[in-house]
Design a protein around this ligand. Structure first.
Ligand SMILES: Cc1ncc(COP(=O)(O)O)c(C=O)c1O
Length: 428
């Protein structure tokens, strides 16, 4: 990457001439369903910096949407991927015994905030892990129904998209969805009122509910942090009715909130935990882990995956876990996250009508605006200044930088974000 230039550093208009060529080719051939946010055309990355095809340098506070946990091209991850690629690219771990597959499962199980022994299934993506957890929950309990939350995002495949209820457009045109999925309000007292006095009273008996799927911090739904004690009450409700608590940590996990798993902030122990983004610093690796006894109920052939836990993603996953541990990235996420939250709090105080809320844990930070249009305008103005952030929820912007982000980079991001907000405020 171009050395010794300040970051960000923009040397063309955006999109630049080479980016425009890519956009033209892309728009002619790719599926129209892809929800592109703005015309960023990345070519290479290092740490928290992305260089686009025109040589513009951006400060990346998206981390590939909470994926590049150790930053772009972390030397340990690159070295592990290169070494493993030369050794063995693929063999299906579903049908045979890959040493690196069980090593990755052991390493994950050691981190699991789950009571007792843990078993692990590796996948290619978050949605695939959600599907697996859903199948496991039904199989292990023999119960048909599952509950998830308004504002939830669990992925795009049929089961996962049925659990999702963050935006109606994710369901539009795809019905009928998976039967047996019910939704409740997220993060309020109403949650319990609705589940006990509406769902269990009018719709399904509690003893036919297999699982509650919950994001400990909602991601795509707007980076929403539930109030203290809420998850513990949910755990208690599940225990009372023999329902499994499944924590979807695809976005909140792998160190993003300053703990390995966001549930660790609450002391709640889920029965199943799902991970993906961030687990292998950019390579496709997901997992669902469960109390061992649950995965001992289903037998050979009940679930598998040709590529899930393939050797190269596992190598990247092991290097990622090692890097998070040995480079103190959880502490860094907490420290820089607090610094960002403080700076954004000041910004909110300066523009109370425009910036209506700032919230988050560690490096999972949401900034709420008064309208969706204003959130989108700020996202665009930030891009034009070389800062990459992304909308979420109805009118929020998320900041999810790599866990390696430095204080100086956080200060630059705060300055650019404040300029973008200021410009939108001035425009009225
Ligand atoms: C909480 C959560 N679960 C599941 C998913 C789906 O993951 P993937 O896009 O890897 O299928 C996402 C993706 O944003 C997510 O945020």
């Amino acid at each position: 990457m171009t050395a010794a230039r300040p970051v960000p550093h923009l040397r063309t208009e955006l999109p630049g001439p080479l980016a425009r060529e890519v956009l033209a080719r892309d728009l002619a051939v790719t599926s129209r369903s892809l929800p592109r946010a703005y015309p960023l055309v990345p070519q290479r990355g290092r740490g928290c910096v992305i260089e686009d095809v025109d040589g513009n340098l951006f400060l990346d506070f998206n981390a590939g949407i909470a994926v590049n946990s150790t930053g772009h091209a972390h030397p340990r991850v690159v070295e592990a991927v290169q070494r493993q690629s030369a050794e063995l690219l693929h063999y299906s771990a579903s049908d045979f015994y890959l040493p690196i597959y069980s090593r990755m499962c052991e390493a994950l199980a050691e981190t699991a905030p789950i009571d007792g022994p843990v078993r692990v299934f590796l996948t290619n993506s978050g949605a695939e892990a959600v599907e697996g957890a859903l199948k496991l929950a039904r199989y292990a309990t023999g119960r048909p129904y599952v509950i998830s939350f308004f504002g939830a995002f669990h992925g795009r495949s049929y089961g996962a998209v049925t659990l999702t209820a963050s935006k109606a457009k994710y369901h539009k045109g795809f019905g009928p969805l998976l039967p047996g999925v019910l939704h409740a309000p997220y993060g309020t007292d109403e949650t319990f009122e609705h589940i006990e006095n509406v769902l269990f009273r009018y719709q399904v008996p509690a003893d036919e509910v297999a699982a509650v799927f919950v994001e400990p911090v909602q991601g795509e739904g707007g980076y929403v942090v539930p109030p203290p004690g809420w998850l513990a009450r949910l755990r208690e409700l599940c225990d009372r009715h023999g329902i499994l608590l499944v924590a979807d940590e695809v976005q909140s996990g792998a160190g993003r909130t300053g703990r390995m798993w966001a549930v660790e902030h609450t002391g709640v122990r889920p029965d199943v935990l799902i991970s993906a983004k961030g687990l292998a610093s950019g390579l496709p690796l997901g997992a669902f882990m469960a109390r061992a006894e649950l995965m001992e109920r289903w037998g050979a052939g009940a679930h598998g995956s040709t590529y899930g836990g393939s050797p190269v993603p596992c190598a990247a996953g092991l290097a990622t876990l090692e890097t998070i541990r040995e480079e103190g990235l959880l502490a860094n996420a907490t420290r820089i996250g607090d610094h960002l939250l403080a700076g954004l709090g000041t910004l909110r105080a300066r523009h109370p009508g425009l910036v209506t809320d700032v919230r988050g844990v560690g490096l999972m930070i949401g900034i709420e605006f008064d309208t969706a249009e204003h959130a989108e305008a700020v996202q665009r103005k930030a891009f034009e200044r070389g800062l990459l952030v992304l909308e979420c929820g109805e009118s929020s912007i998320r900041m999810s930088p790599p866990l390696v982000v430095a204080e100086q980079e956080a200060d630059t991001a705060l300055r650019l974000f404040a300029e973008a907000v200021g410009e939108v405020a001035d425009a009225g």
